[in-house]
Every structure is written in structure tokens, then in C-alpha cells.
Ligand binder design. Structure first.
Ligand SMILES: Nc1ncnc2c1ncn2[C@@H]1O[C@H](COP(=O)(O)OP(=O)(O)OP(=O)(O)O)[C@@H](O)[C@H]1O
Length: 256
């Protein structure tokens, strides 16, 4: 049975202020015996606790930089927690950063095969799906060409067609994807809806509160890496919108 258990999990990133240290900086900082490029700690998630079981549809909301994508990446196993524990049981499909990691010199067909294997397909299961993936992408003859020749939209179509062909137990989605042109977007939205209703556990990050309201039964509201509130979608969204309204109201007053 798919499940998620997150216990006291935190994630910290160490970032360096400068990508390169200029000669001037080298001299000035050397003069004052300061470290040339000291690392800065960014605490993206702080002591997160939550569990999710089969049948749950969890929405994650919050301001820019609140830690939503980091939470999703932790669940996908991309960022392990630097403290605490994150245990996810079940086959995962991650719908974010989907165009990363294509083999540019390989053809569209070859990329379908490589990626599908990474998603857990076997030669036997892929045999039944490969034509459907190709047809959904509508890339036709282009599938025989190296992916480096594709436009950004074509790459997105291919990535989306492959990623959504999996039958995951756990679906992790960051924002609603804008994929390809208008006609393809309609098709993609329908495919997303099918996937969402077929998945047994879903976590959706979005700024679109209507989408969250329509799709999720539980919501986590994050602020500066912490959970401010967790509970039934309607009550968390209401509290969040109220906090946003108060904030918008307070800002002009402060500026005045
Ligand atoms: N790979 C990384 N290296 C360093 N810092 C990072 C990294 N990824 C995220 N952060 C930092 O972690 C914090 C949370 O970022 P995150 O992308 O999770 O926020 P978010 O809520 O998804 O924001 P948005 O709504 O803008 O997409 C930010 O301060 C960000 O700068």
C-alpha cells in the first residue's frame, strides 16, 4: 500500500555567495583576513512532520520560496533530508523537471526506451506502450531524429508523453504543466486528470488555489520551510487566503 511518512525532516542547502572570486575581492578579503567565499546555509525545510495514506490527495501551498518544490523533491528522493526521516512506499511518478536528462544525441525513440526503463518498465511492458507514447507525442518522423534537434515544446511533448505513460501508485506534481501548443495542452490536461484519478496517492504543489480545492482533500500550507497549517482543503485555503488579504492590507499601510 502506498504511503508517505515524514518525521522531523529538515533540508539545508550550503550555497556559496560568489560563483567566482574576483581579484579585487581576493585582495580586499585577504587584507581583512576574511574567508574568500564563505558558504551560506539555507534552511529550505524545517522539522516537517506529516503522513499520507492510500486515497489521499494532498495539496501544498505557500509563497515563493516557502519550500514546496523542495518538499516534493524530498518525497521523490532527489534531496534526502539533512535531518529527520522521509520514507515513501510505492511506485512514484514525478511530474516536474520532466525535460531534464534527455540523451541529446539519441533519437526520440531511444529516449522513450531509456526513460521508460528508468520509470520501471520492462521490455515486455514497454512493447505494449511504446506506440501509444509515440502517438500521444504527435512527433511522427521527428522521433527518428536526435533529441538535440527538437524545439523546447517538442521536448516537453516527448517528456510528458513518457512520464504520464507510467501507472504510478504515488503521483508527485509541481504546478500544472503548460505543455506544447493549445491543442496539445487540452490533451495534456485530460491526461493529467486521468492520471490523478488513477493514482492512489497524490501530492500536488500549486499556486492555483482553485486547482488545489478541486483536486485535493488535504492541504499543507508552508511558510519559510515550516508547516503553518495542515488539514481539510477548505479550511486551510480559507486561512491562507485570509492571511494573504491581511498581508496585502498591511503592506500599503507600512509603505505610507
Ligand atoms: N538546489 C538548491 N540549492 C540551494 N538553495 C535551494 C535549492 N533549491 C531550493 N533552494 C532554496 O530553498 C528555499 C525553498 O525553495 P523552493 O524552490 O522549495 O520554494 P517554493 O515554495 O517551491 O517556491 P516557488 O513557489 O517560488 O516555486 C528557497 O530559499 C530556495 O532558494
Amino acid at each position: 500500500m502506498p504511503s508517505i511518512v515524514v518525521e522531523d525532516a529538515s533540508i539545508e542547502f550550503l550555497v556559496y555567495k560568489y560563483q567566482k572570486v574576483s581579484f579585487k575581492e581576493y585582495i580586499v578579503r585577504g587584507l581583512f583576513r576574511k574567508s574568500l567565499n564563505p558558504p551560506v546555509k539555507i534552511r529550505a525545510l524545517s522539522r516537517i512532520n506529516f503522513t499520507a495514506q492510500e486515497g489521499e490527495r494532498i495539496g501544498v501551498i505557500g509563497h515563493n520560496g516557502a519550500g514546496k518544490s523542495t518538499l516534493l523533491k524530498m518525497l521523490a528522493g532527489i534531496y534526502p533530508p539533512t535531518q529527520g526521516r522521509c520514507h515513501v512506499e510505492g511506485r512514484i511518478c514525478s511530474l516536474f523537471d520532466i525535460t531534464l536528462g534527455f540523451e541529446p544525441e539519441a533519437s526520440g525513440w531511444e529516449n522513450i526506451v531509456y526513460r521508460s526503463y528508468l520509470q520501471g518498465e520492462t521490455p515486455a511492458t514497454l512493447r505494449d506502450k511504446i506506440e501509444a507514447i509515440a502517438a500521444f507525442s504527435e512527433l511522427g518522423e521527428f522521433l527518428s531524429l536526435p533529441v538535440r534537434n527538437y524545439s523546447a515544446g517538442m521536448r516537453m511533448r516527448l517528456a510528458f508523453s513518457i512520464a504520464t505513460a507510467a501507472n504510478p501508485e504515488i503521483l508527485l506534481i509541481d504546478e500544472v504543466l503548460a505543455v506544447g501548443d493549445m491543442a496539445f495542452q487540452q490533451k495534456a490536461r485530460a491526461r493529467m486528470r486521468e492520471l490523478m484519478s488513477a493514482s492512489r496517492l497524490m501530492v500536488l504543489v500549486s499556486h492555483d488555489l482553485n486547482t488545489i480545492r478541486e483536486t485535493c482533500n488535504r492541504v499543507l500550507w508552508l511558510r519559510r520551510g515550516e508547516i503553518v497549517m495542515a488539514g481539510p482543503s477548505e479550511s486551510v485555503i480559507e486561512a491562507y487566503t485570509q492571511a494573504m488579504a491581511e498581508r496585502a492590507h498591511a503592506q500599503p499601510a507600512r509603505a505610507a
